[in-house]
Every structure is written in C-alpha cells, then in structure tokens.
Design a protein around this ligand. Sequence first.
Ligand code: ATP
Ligand code: MG
Ligand code: MG
Ligand code: MG
Length: 559
Amino acid sequence: MRMSKYYAPTLKEVPNDTEIKSHELLIRGGFIRKTASGVYTYLPLGTKVLKKIENIVREEMENIGSQEILMPIIQPAEIWQKSGRWDDYGPEMMKLKDRHDRDFTLGPTHEEMITTIIKNELRSYKQLPISLFQIANKYRDEIRPRFGVLRAREFIMKDAYSFHDSEESLNETYEKFYKAYENILERLGVDYLVVEADTGAIGGSNSHEFQIKAEYGESTIYYCDCGYAATDERAESNVVFDTTNEKENNINKVDTPNVKTIDDVATFLKTDKNKIVKSLLFKSREGWVLALIRGDYELNIAKLKTFLSDQTLTLGEPDEIYKTFGVEIGFIGPVGIKNVKIIADHSIKNMKNFVVGGMEKDKHYINVNLNRDFKIDYFADIRMVSKGEPCPKCGDPLKEIKGIEVGQVFKLGTKYSEKLNAYYTAENGKTKPFIMGCYGWGVSRTLGAIVEQLHDDYGMIWPRNIAPFEIVIIPVSTKQKELVDKAEEIYNLLKDKYDVLYDDRDASPGFKFKDADLIGIPLKVVLGKKMKNGKVEIKLRYEKNSQEVDISKSYDDLL
Ligand code: ATP
Ligand code: MG
Ligand code: MG
Ligand code: MG
C-alpha cells in the first residue's frame, strides 16, 4: 500500500475527550472515528486490525469444530419475553418499535435467538454436541460509554453457543473453548490472565473471564502466584424486592424527595432511627440501590464509589462518610429497585431493618428485612475475594491487578432451553431440554485492549500477527531518484510476502517516522545515504535502537 493513496488521517494533537491512551492513540493514528457516544467508524487501519483479530478468532473457532452462522441484529420482543429478559435485562437493552407498533431489540446478546433457531430442527441426541458461532455487531446502551472501543454501545462480538445432552459433554466443549481462547490470546501476543468469574445461578466454577492485563482496565482481578485468579465481580447474587410484603410486614414508605446526594443521605439517615447495619452493597441494573458496609470498609467504599461513579450520585471521601454517618450504615437510591445485585457475605441473609430505595420516585422504605422482603433469584456460594485475603487455593495473600475483559465462557445449563421450549429426543426416547454453553469474545474491544497494553510515548506497538502493516518502507527523500527507485524495488519485492506500507509521500523523514511510530508498524526500513553501500537502516518498533543491514537481508529473521 502506498501511503500517498492511503486513507489514514493522523492527528498530531491529543483529542480532548479521550481518558486513556488506547483511545487517544486509535483516534490520533487514524484507526477510528467517533460517530456518537459509544458508536465508532473503523477507518482502513482500524478495519485492517479488526479483520486480523477476527480471523484469528474465526480460525480458533473452526479448529474446535464450531460452525459459523450469522443471526439478525434485530430480534423480536417475544423471544425475550419468553425468557423473562425483556423486563429483566435492564436499560442496557436498546429497544425499538416497527411501524406496526411491534417491539424489537437490537440484540445485546443472542441466547434467546439461537435457542429459537435450533428449536424443532435440532432434534436428536445423535446430532449432539454441536456449537455455532457468529461474528457480528452487538448493542448495549451502556450507562457510561467510554474508553473508545473498550466500552462502546455498538461493538463487535464473536458469540458462540453449544448444545449438549449431558453435563460431561458440556464440560468437554467448555474446555475446548477455554483452550481456544488461550490460543487466541497467545496468537495476539499479549499478556493475559484467565480468571474465575461470576458463577451466577449455577454455582461451581462455571464461568471464566479472559483478561488482558492493563493498568487502566475496568476489571479488578485478585490473583495468587499459585495460579488462582478471580474477578471481584464474582460474589454476586440476584435479588428482587418484593413490594407485596409492604403492608403485611409493616414496611413504611417514607417521603424523601430531597435525598439525591450523599449529603442528603447523611441527613436523612441521621434523622432516621432505622440505621442500616452489616456489610452490604447493592448494585442495581435499573437505577440503583445501595447499602453498606462493614468489614473491609475501604474496599467496600471503593466499590461503592465505582458504582456511584456510574450513577448520578456524587460521593464524598470515605473518611467524610464515616465521620458523617458515625456507624457503618448503608443506603439507597431514589429510583426503583429491581434485579438488585448483591455483593456481600452470607450474613446479609440475616439483615434486618434497613432502608431501601422505593419503587416510586422520591420514596424510600424502612424496616425492610432482606431475607423476608426480597425474592432471592439465586444466591451464589459467595466467597468475597479481595486484596490481602488468603488465596482459597494456597492461603497466601491475594494480590490485585487490573485487566480488560475480552472474553467470557459460561455454562448455561438448561435455563434458556427450558424457558424457550427447546427439547431434543434422548437415547431412551424421552424428550429433554438442551444443556447449553455460551462463549463471548469482544472483537472490537480486543483492538483497544491490545493498544492499552502495548504502547509507548510515541504510539502503538502492534504485535506482528495483527499489525495493520508488518513493514513500512521510508525513503528519506523523494527527490533522489536512486532512493526512490530502490524503495519502489524493495516495495515490489516485499509486498507479495508481507503486509507492506510504502511511505511515498513528499514529506520530511521525521514526519514519516512519527506517523510510522504512532501507527505502530513492527518494522521500519529506512533508505538513506548508506544505500550506496547496499545498506538500509532498520528498526523494530519495540526496540530502542536501529541497526544497519544489507539490503538483501531476509526480513523473516528480523520480524
Ligand atoms: P463488561 O463486564 O465489560 O460490561 P460483560 O461481562 O457485560 O462486559 P459479556 O456479556 O460477557 O460482557 O460479553 C462478551 C464480551 O463482549 C466481553 O467479554 C467483552 O469483550 C465484550 N463486550 C461487552 N460489552 C462491551 C462493550 N460495551 N463494548 C465493547 N465490548 C464489549
Ligand atoms: Mg457489561
Ligand atoms: Mg463482565
Ligand atoms: Mg462478561
């Protein structure tokens, strides 16, 4: 590719709405452009890397026998109503209506869809196990789209789904995907960790996340040198507040129209007799509801802050809150609570008399008893992991590191097949719901995550396998005929074998070097004065110094 003809609008200045380096560099390098909050266009450089990532992912899927399909992005509401997720998924789900007033969603994920597709057509145990995958756009109306393609509202995911007639068969396939995901990360050439993830309704180690290590990653991982690693998202359960208990249980609804900020919370709680106790932290998918905190106060406050930063409430410093509240108390939001996620230990089951956000705006409940008044959807065997706590495997203190979740594998069991009536005929002639697994990979997030891990002050540092170009050829002058001729010659020689960018622009060498470094091309070949002696200067992007080599040198050995 000739740079003079290539559409790669690079920027010298730092764009003002970029919080982290990968976002900045992808914009400055001319890889992506923002169309709307969390919605991006991939320019030629970005598209090229994306395709290379996609191909690695696709190859690894095909290697384990998964078959590629392409499902619609627009999904009818009915299938989501059947699974219960039309209401449960929360405001991340983008919904739309057609001209006949029928409801649809722009799919945030495809469990309902795939189950509906195979239903009635995949019929016999003889066809099992089977797995299908697609690489397609997903839509999630993230509360805070940020970090460019890392947390977008439209993004590209590889999602795979598997169907089984036994737990053993599911386990086997799960292992295959696990290994395939490790292969993907090896081929991408990044530093990563596989961590135990939220096990959800099913319990056991039924989910793993694949995390690319990065200082500014949004995931917190607790790990140990013995190999144990888990995310802090792990200890979660789903509970739903049951308002039908209100009267019966003497739950009082109090008007709290002014409770909006943490200071309002403090004032409200000071005047309220029903102080909240025990460690408890709520995160709501719709709106929010929160309660605190005993135990590792700082940890919980830190978590609380993270949650709150996603919401409208502003929060004071931990000390300030402690001083204000005097005790470890908790709180609540003005929005309704539904699908509350709890992060706590088992002691919360015995909690009594705490305050929760009302289902109505500007109202709160007091005298609430968790075990009695919440319908607990599931209660995972919670093991709070945090920094310094003993590793569940070996007892050493756990360490903390940040990562970016690029993939997650999950054993689903029969949750979707049962709800959507997807049954097969077993060997004994009986009909049974499919046992399922699902396996997601964030293709577009991977693009950002790699840059987040691999960059320096000058720009991106792409591993060869996914670099937009492997080699860039730069003649120091476009005026000297012999240099240009030689550059053309080398370009023509290399371009059949490598992905080569020939910077034939009429610009200063310094200008071209800056672009080459910014874009992060692994190998730079510079043609200058030494050309006369048959030498070129080459520099690997990740190395400090350049070297002089014979022009006939094989680049295979260098890259
Ligand atoms: P997160 O915890 O970051 O919100 P998730 O756990 O909700 O991600 P999954 O439902 O597991 O995401 O989806 C599978 C993969 O899709 C994730 O591992 C991630 O790589 C990618 N992904 C999820 N949400 C986004 C997003 N908003 N933007 C880009 N990629 C995403
Ligand atoms: Mg998410
Ligand atoms: Mg996640
Ligand atoms: Mg996930």
